[in-house]
Design a protein around this ligand. Sequence first.
Ligand code: FES
Length: 142
Amino acid sequence: MSENHENRIELLENGPVYFKGDIKVQNSAGETVLEKEKVALCRCGQSTRKPACDGTHRKAGFEADCNADLSDIPPNESDSDGKLVVKALDNGPLLVEGTYTLVTENNGEYTSDKTIALCRCGGSSNKPFCDGTHKQIEFKAE
Ligand code: FES
């Protein structure tokens, strides 16, 4: 990776979330399942290749915009550029640890190092963040 790379999180309307940069995807046990510079992870909950997106969001009619309520996420102007670890929790969200720039439609590019949980069950009413709905809908994903 170049010295000045940044880790970016980009939301695709009605589709997956793209992670770009120095990305490591782990399972709940902390084992690395993917290590890439660009990866699309499912956020509709329907992919057969979770945590990766397999395009099922189109068939499923998944609807999600690219906005995010960032009021609980403090900005971080530091340009530290470590690895971004994305943990796909069993039956739950994607836990994102590290410094990232989240690209949203309503807030533009927003850099922070606050750990965030992104919905991957498709059911949250606070997308892209997890609001606990995965428990109510008994989302299953390992
Ligand atoms: S993973 Fe969707 S609400 Fe938690």
